[in-house]
Design a protein around this ligand. Structure first.
Ligand code: OOB
Length: 530
């Protein structure tokens, strides 16, 4: 592993005394498994594992991996679908003190190759196939382009829960006792295309992240968390996600897919109390509630985050699920904001919440990094006890992403409301620059959703010879003509220069690996459609 830029010495002393724990994540894992030994930790299909059993399986797996040369301080690229096996392998790698690089199951060969070139892992650990995805192309290309990487693939054919029963060994491994400021894992940054960026999260910072979220969401031994989003994503791994729930002795139910029929059944069967979704999925499930009439009475908290949630969708989702909604606005780089379960509806429906830690230092700034006047919109920049100071091996690419005094630039345009919560107005890059006029995609989207024929929409820039960028609106719903939509928007007070230049109806959204609407892909489709 290369070393990374950390907090200043002064910050480290302060956080070390007041904020962080001294332990590493695998040490905490051992504590959880010991304290909650007899309780159920994981459920997938018909399989169940207690904390004690999970611990035993992790130790066996770490011996098995160590025998195959997985070593402390080396990177291991891990790409597995959500499963009990994924958790066993993840905790086994952590126990050895190797550093898992968490690729998402939906990432294809070219992404994996790029990640390997950057992280230089000694191993790739994956599966042969899952649902409709065959990972043969990934492993074939790795064999020819990165022959030094050892490939371990588990077969999912006979054992869909990836219980990996064969992976036992008596090879001795001691649990690694590293420093809490070592890199625990490398997460992928949200960017969908181009060279990937790797996010080095330390044990101290990551553990603080999931422990704080576990306490805000009130996790305890009675909590039952339904894991739907890819486990490798920060939202479902630590907000509170898998780590946060396990740290309190709760149960994790692993869904095999994102489908609502399976999800509703699991919620009713296991008495699920909390789950996390992206807005597109939450809306879909909320619609299905009407005809499926599921029993969702056990559900206490529905977390929605990862992308903008329109207030009218938020209201619809909260009503249909019949439980508290929590908006989570966070990033794999660190900062997590959320509304609190006891916040009034006005905050839960209309804002994206506030930082989870009193030690998060957030500023809203203009192009010249000056703080904007109160209540004005600007870019959110942040530093604090769990936000990174640089990407792993990014060299000059770190420059644009951090300020000279160590703040991470979120790239999001936000406004601080009077109640102390942030409202995310858009992404800096989601501004459309139409002949020099800047248009926030979100403003047009909010008005478009008021149109009776439009169920959901996304507004993106499309390269244009005359305008530089034109405004392209994508919609799902009943087809209407561009002119009618423009008239409608104008009547609703939208400025003339913000009216869409192009309107494209589509059947379903192209999605990124975690299930957010893929706006880059939409820009391409818009260019091709013209
Ligand atoms: C989460 O993390 P990433 O790293 O995949 O993406 C971060 C970006 C943010 O900078 C923001 O642009 C967007 O995703 N975002 C939201 C949002 N939550 C994330 N935009 C509007 N409203 C929200 N609620 O996406 C992530 C990580 C941990 C918890 C939740 C989400």
């Amino acid at each position: 592993m290369d070393s990374i830029k950390l907090w200043t010495e002064e910050e480290q002393n302060f956080y070390g005394k007041n904020v962080w724990r001294e332990s590493t994540i695998p040490e905490e894992f051992t504590e959880w498994c010991t304290s909650f030994s007899g309780r159920t930790a994981l459920i997938s299909g018909e399989e169940q594992l207690t904390y004690g059993e999970l611990y035993k399986r992790c130790i066996e797996m770490s011996s098995w991996l160590a025998e195959r040369n997985v070593r402390r301080g080396e990177c291991v690229l891990l790409q597995m679908p959500n499963s009990i096996g994924f958790m066993i392998v993840l905790f086994a790698i952590l126990r050895i003190g190797a550093v898992p690089v968490l690729a998402l199951p939906a990432q294809r060969a070219s992404d994996v190759i790029a990640l390997c070139a950057l992280a230089e892992p000694t191993h790739y650990i994956g599966v042969n196939r899952y649902l409709s995805t065959d990972y043969g192309e990934v492993t074939d290309r790795l064999r020819s382009e990165q022959p030094q990487i050892q490939i371990i693939t588990f077969s999912t054919d006979e054992d869909p829960d990836l219980m990996l029963r064969e992976c036992r060994s008596s090879y001795p491994v001691e649990a690694c006792h590293g420093s809490n400021l070592d890199i625990a894992l490398l997460l992928l940054s949200g960017g969908t295309t181009g060279t990937p960026k790797l996010i080095p999260r330390t044990h101290a910072g990551y553990s603080y992240n999931y422990r704080t979220m576990a306490s805000i969401t009130g996790m305890d031994g009675d909590s039952v968390y339904l894991n739907i989003l890819p486990t490798a994503h920060n939202f479902s791994l630590s907000c509170p996600g898998i780590f946060g729930v396990l740290s309190r002795g709760g149960k994790i139910v692993i869904a095999g897919s994102g489908s609502f029929d399976e999800g509703f059944e699991l919620i009713a069967r296991h008495g699920v109390t909390i789950t996390a979704m992206v807005p597109t999925l939450a809306r879909l499930w909320a619609e299905a509630v009407e005809w499926d009439e599921p029993d969702l009475s056990s559900l206490k908290l529905l977390q929605v985050g990862g992308a903008r949630l329109d207030p009218s969708d938020a209201e619809f989702i909260m009503k249909r699920f019949g439980c508290r909604l929590q908006q989570v606005f966070g990033t794999a780089e660190g900062l997590i904001c959320c509304t609190r379960p006891d916040d009034p509806d006005s905050a839960v429906l209309h804002s994206q919440g506030r930082p989870i830690s009193e030690y998060d230092v957030c500023r809203i700034v203009d192009d010249e990094e000056r703080d904007v006047p109160e209540g004005q919109t600007g870019e959110l920049i942040v530093k604090g006890p769990y936000t990174i100071h640089e990407y792993y091996r990014a060299g000059d690419r770190n420059k644009g992403a951090f300020t000279v005094d160590g703040y991470y630039r979120m790239g999001d345009l936000v406004r601080l409301r009077e109640d102390g919560n942030f409202e995310v107005v858009g992404r800096i890059k989601e501004q459309i620059n139409r002949a020099g006029e800047k248009i926030a995609a979100a403003e047009v989207e909010t008005l478009l959703l008021k149109h009776p024929c439009i169920e959901s929409c996304a507004v993106v820039p499309v390269k244009d010879e005359v305008l530089g960028e034109r405004i392209c609106a994508f919609a799902i719903g009943e087809e209407v003509k561009l002119n009618e939509v423009r008239d409608f928007l104008m009547n609703n007070g939208l400025a003339l220069y913000k009216l869409p230049d192009q309107l494209v109806f589509i059947d379903r959204w192209p999605l990124t690996a975690v299930g957010k609407v893929d706006k880059k892909r939409l820009s391409q489709i818009g260019a091709e459609a013209a």
